[in-house]
Design a protein around this ligand. Structure first.
Ligand SMILES: *[C@@H]1O[C@H](CO)[C@@H](O)[C@H](O)[C@H]1NC(C)=O
Ligand SMILES: *[C@@H]1O[C@H](CO)[C@@H](O)[C@H](O)[C@H]1NC(C)=O
Length: 265
């Protein structure tokens, strides 16, 4: 690793510590819904059609503040509406796959997720509302899958490599990604394009493995993939199992006691 990389990694560790510390805190916003899955399944996160398969279609577009320039792509939230007559107390769990431009509305939910906010039999009443007042908090993502890496269409073998991470668990953000040939200690830094998509024009020849810096609770930590993730003849459009799962969660009891943040029950 070059000196510059070491220095930037240090900054990374220092600057990421506060980002996730209050993830468990409940906050308030409004939620509305998309009547068709269209906008959500293409999406600012670049998930494409895969988005509708994540979380059984319980997906959400986050407004610019919650989208965090794509860092929220793939993060999960518990959302529940505050109208007890209409809505279940447990709310729904959604995954962010897109950005919405509705300034005052934190989440635009898929119709399935929006309907699931309500008590059984309340769907009709619920759908009369364009927006609902909701409480939300970030929650660990749970996927019954390992972290996986999809080779994106803009890749050009052998050196131009653009990848997308899928099934990132826990309450984590991926802050840095490096790639190396299996058996080599020369790590090539990858740049984040948007959310889960990272690329480099200087990928080593395969087979390739990866290491990532993820936030977990208050700290950043390295996650190393198995020896070989991408074979030497990696293929565009193919999904490769990284054979690791990321499960780190944020620490609790950090909520500032002010009117904008409250404990979740
Ligand atoms: C979002 O809201 C803020 C403050 O209410 C306002 O200044 C800004 O112009 C709004 N942006 C858009 C795109 O509506
Ligand atoms: C995840 O990877 C491990 C190897 O580290 C493997 O044993 C396991 O079957 C994988 N799990 C899934 C759900 O694919």
């Amino acid at each position: 690793m070059s000196t510059i990389n070491v220095v930037s990694m240090l900054f990374l560790f220092l600057s990421i510590t506060s980002a996730s510390a209050c993830d468990w805190c409940a906050q308030q916003t409004k939620a509305s819904f998309f009547s068709s899955p269209g906008p959500l399944n293409v999406g600012a996160c670049g998930y494409g059609a895969v988005a509708t398969q994540l979380y059984n279609g319980y997906i959400a577009a986050a407004n610019p503040a919650l989208f965090r320039e794509g860092d929220s792509c793939g993060s999960c939230f518990e959302v529940r509406c505050k109208d007890e007559r209409l809505c279940k107390k447990e709310g729904v769990k959604v995954i962010v796959t897109d950005m919405s431009r509705h300034n005052q509305t934190g989440f635009v939910l898929s119709k399935e997720a929006f309907m699931a906010l309500g008590h059984d039999g309340m769907t009709h009443d619920l759908m009369q509302h364009e927006t609902l007042d909701v409480q939300f908090r970030r929650t660990p993502c749970e996927h019954n899958k390992n972290l996986s890496i999809r080779v994106e269409e803009r890749s050009r073998s052998p050196n131009h490599l653009t990848i997308k991470f899928l099934y990132q668990g826990g309450q984590t953000d991926i802050m840095a990604v490096e790639v190396a040939q299996v058996g080599s200690l020369v790590w090539q830094y990858m740049s984040q394009r948007i959310g889960p998509i990272w690329s480099t024009p200087r990928a080593p020849l395969g087979p390739l493995r990866f290491r990532l810096v993820v936030t977990g609770g208050y700290d950043g930590k390295w996650v190393w993939t198995e020896e070989e993730v991408l074979p030497a003849d990696w293929k565009i459009g193919e999904l490769y199992d990284a054979k690791v799962q990321i499960k780190d969660i944020a620490q609790e009891s950090c909520c500032p006691d002010n009117s904008y943040r409250q404990k979740w029950r």
